[in-house]
Design a protein around this ligand. Structure first.
Ligand SMILES: [Fe+2]
Ligand SMILES: [Fe+2]
Length: 264
C-alpha cells in the first residue's frame, strides 16, 4: 500500500513555513511515500517562483500542481516549461508552457513504482479553458500503462463540476482531489470503483483571513467595490491536506483521510 499526501493550496510565506515545519514529521509519522502540494499561491498568493518552488521541495514535496494563478509570475515560465516536477492544468490552450501530467518513479521495498500526477482546471466561474473532461480522457490515454497510480488535482470553483469529475474518472484514476476554493470540504470518500475523492483539500496558510488575504482588505473591497492591493494574512496558520492509501498494483484507493494541523 502506498501512502500519498496531497496538500491544499500553499499560500505565501506562512503556507511555505507551515509546510516546512509540518510535512517532514508527518511523512515519518504516517509513513508517507509521496508528497504532492498545490503551489499556485506560493508566491505571496499569486503564482510560483524559483525560490517558492525550491522552498516547497525542501519541505519534502515531490510534485507541485498549479491552477489559475500559474502564470502570475512571468519569471516562472521557463521553470514551468522545463521542470517535470511542476504540473499545470492539462486543459489550457495547446502549446502553453508546461505539462498537464508528469510521471514520477519512487522506490519502495526495493520495487520501482510509477505515480502519475495530473492537473485540471474547471470552467464554472473561472477563465475560459478547454473541456476538463476531454482533457482527462487524453491524459489517461497518454499515461496508458506507464503508471497505475494517477492522482488528479481538479482545480475548480464549483463543487458540482468537481463531483462530476470524480464520478467521470471513478475507477480510471486513484484520486480526484479538488483545490482552488481554499476551504476544505468534509465530503471525502472512496467512490464505488476505487477513486478517492474530496471536493476541496483546503488551504495551507493563514486562516485569520479571507481565503489567505488579510480580511480587512477583502472586507473593504466588498463594501466599497474599489480596487485593492491584496496582502497575505499572517495569523492562525494551518496545514490542510488529505492522505490517500492506494494499492500500487491496481491503482485503487483504499482510504482518504483529511488532515488539518495548526502551525505554531
Ligand atoms: Fe489557490
Ligand atoms: Fe486557484
Amino acid at each position: 500500500m502506498l501512502n500519498i499526501l496531497f496538500v491544499g493550496d500553499v499560500n505565501g510565506k506562512p503556507g511555505r513555513e507551515a509546510l516546512k515545519a509540518i510535512v517532514p514529521s508527518l511523512v515519518k509519522e504516517k509513513k508517507i511515500d509521496f508528497v504532492i502540494a498545490n503551489g499556485e499561491n506560493s508566491a505571496a498568493g499569486f503564482g510560483i517562483t524559483d525560490s517558492t518552488f525550491t522552498d516547497m521541495l525542501s519541505a519534502g514535496v515531490d510534485a507541485v500542481t498549479l491552477g489559475n494563478h500559474l502564470y502570475d509570475k512571468k519569471e516562472a515560465l521557463p521553470m514551468i516549461e522545463n521542470d517535470s516536477r511542476l504540473v499545470r492544468p492539462a486543459n489550457l490552450p495547446e502549446g502553453n508552457p508546461g505539462r498537464g501530467f508528469s510521471i514520477f518513479t519512487i522506490n519502495k521495498d526495493s520495487k520501482r513504482i510509477n505515480i502519475a500526477v495530473a492537473n485540471l482546471t474547471g470552467r464554472i466561474f473561472m477563465a475560459p479553458v478547454d473541456c476538463p473532461f476531454r482533457a482527462a480522457d487524453r491524459f489517461i490515454k497518454d499515461i496508458g500503462d506507464n503508471a497505475r497510480v494517477i492522482i488528479v488535482d481538479m482545480h475548480a470553483e464549483a463543487t458540482s463540476e468537481k463531483i462530476a469529475m470524480g464520478f467521470y474518472l471513478d475507477g480510471r484514476v486513484t484520486a480526484v482531489l479538488g483545490t482552488h476554493t481554499h476551504v476544505m470540504t468534509a465530503d471525502e470518500r472512496v467512490l464505488e470503483k476505487g477513486t478517492a475523492y474530496i471536493s476541496d483539500a483546503g488551504m495551507t496558510g493563514p486562516f485569520d483571513s479571507v481565503i489567505g488575504v488579510k480580511k480587512e482588505i477583502i472586507l473593504r473591497k466588498f463594501l466599497t467595490g474599489m480596487p485593492e492591493r491584496f496582502e497575505i494574512a499572517e495569523d492562525d496558520v494551518r496545514l490542510n491536506a488529505v492522505l490517500i492509501a492506494a494499492d500500487e498494483a491496481t491503482g485503487r484507493a483504499a482510504s482518504i483521510e483529511r488532515i488539518q494541523i495548526k502551525h505554531g
